[in-house]
Design a protein around this ligand. Structure first.
Ligand SMILES: Cc1cc2nc3c(=O)[nH]c(=O)nc-3n(C[C@H](O)[C@H](O)[C@H](O)COP(=O)(O)OP(=O)(O)OC[C@H]3O[C@@H](n4cnc5c(N)ncnc54)[C@H](O)[C@@H]3O)c2cc1C
Length: 308
């Protein structure tokens, strides 16, 4: 193995990547985190559901992680973007936008997902402020409010049932013909849940506060917040795919339960592996992959030091 190579390069410095860096740093490994610094949740003011971090700004959580990581001199954090990775002679050759080339024995990709919202005027302005995707992240703050539910298709009914846990005052906007059965429509009616199939032409808001849903029919419906079935999420990075890792039907990279891909030494964790892992879920996967990788190094070194 090349002595100049780092033990592990981690692409992406969200909760997944930083948690892996912490475990590997504490395991005496030489680690570099390369992070563009554009996490998916940066549109939101407060993160919820992460024990001891409930209600904090996502950027604040990241700052604390960076501060604590300074203690481990064997961990570097570099603000940069990885553009190309090749595997040559058993090493990952990583090239960045700032024209750096880094060699690494193993690599973790924790690059997350990027949201691609439908092109409804006004939707971007409320996303992450009063319109969300994850009720476990933001349902409590919206409890008992007049809510809009945006979405259609197979995932719609289970999603409505979940949102109904937080508010009974729901209007569902399918933005076209509702792809649900007559029986399901009856279930909505029995619970006074509105169903509007007319295309949505705009969302009106003030300072991120959703106020009105404007329809092609000319009607305008007042709502205070909402949830959407999908945010049009797609992988933030194609690097694993270019190295030969497949995507499943949800657009997630395929790995085993520890994040190990079909490419030796390459792990994928966090949202890139599970679409919407959550902060604590991504951190947990980072911890697990870090331990798995360190165990592999421990085994390799043990075999190398066998006396003849
Ligand atoms: C609006 C919104 C609100 C949310 N609220 C909550 C909440 O309250 N509680 C909760 O638990 N979860 C919440 N989530 C989900 C949570 O943010 C994600 O599940 C979590 O951040 C995933 O962590 P990750 O480490 O996989 O990826 P991310 O946090 O997305 O981090 C990925 C990092 O990789 C970087 N990156 C990407 N490509 C490259 C590259 N080529 N080179 C270098 N760096 C790169 C990105 O810039 C980013 O910094 C929310 C998500 C959204 C969208």
């Amino acid at each position: 193995m090349n002595s100049e190579a780092l033990d592990v390069v981690i692409i992406g410095g969200g909760p997944g990547g930083l948690s892996a860096a912490l475990v590997l740093g504490r395991s005496l490994r030489k680690v570099m985190v390369i992070d563009e610094g554009k996490p998916r949740n940066r549109v939101t003011a407060k993160a919820h559901g992460f024990l001891t971090r409930d209600g904090m700004k996502p950027s604040e959580i990241r700052e604390i992680a960076h501060e604590q990581m300074k203690h481990y001199r064997n961990v570097q954090i570099s603000k940069d973007v990885v553009e190309i990775v090749e595997k040559r002679d058993g090493l990952f050759v990583i090239k960045t936008r700032n024209e750096k080339t880094i060699l690494s024995k193993k690599m973790i990709v924790a690059t997350g997902m990027k949201d691609h919202l439908p092109g409804i005027p006004g939707m971007k302005e409320v996303y992450g402020k009063t319109l969300f995707h994850c009720p476990y992240c933001d349902g409590w703050e919206r409890k008992n409010e007049t809510l809009a539910v945006f979405g259609n298709g197979k995932a719609l009914m289970p999603f409505i049932k979940t949102i109904y846990n937080w508010s009974k005052d729901l209007i569902v906007f399918t933005n076209g013909k509702a792809d649900i059965s007559e029986e399901e429509k009856q279930q909505l009616m029995q619970r006074n849940i509105g169903l509007i199939e007319s295309p949505v032409t705009a969302i009106e808001s003030t300072n991120g506060k959703l106020e009105k849903v404007v329809l092609q029919s000319g009607d305008v419906v007042s709502r205070k917040g909402g949830f959407m079935v999908t945010t049009g999420e797609r992988q933030a990075s194609a690097i694993p795919a270019l190295l030969g890792v497949s995507l499943n039907e949800k657009g997630e990279y395929e790995t085993d339960e520890h994040g190990q891909t079909n490419i030796e030494g390459l792990f994928v964790i966090g949202d890139a592996k599970n679409t919407f892992t959550s902060l604590v879920g991504a951190a947990s996967q980072g911890y697990e992959a870090g331990v798995k990788i360190n165990n592999e190094f421990v085994e390799e070194k043990w075999v190398d030091s066998d006396s003849p």
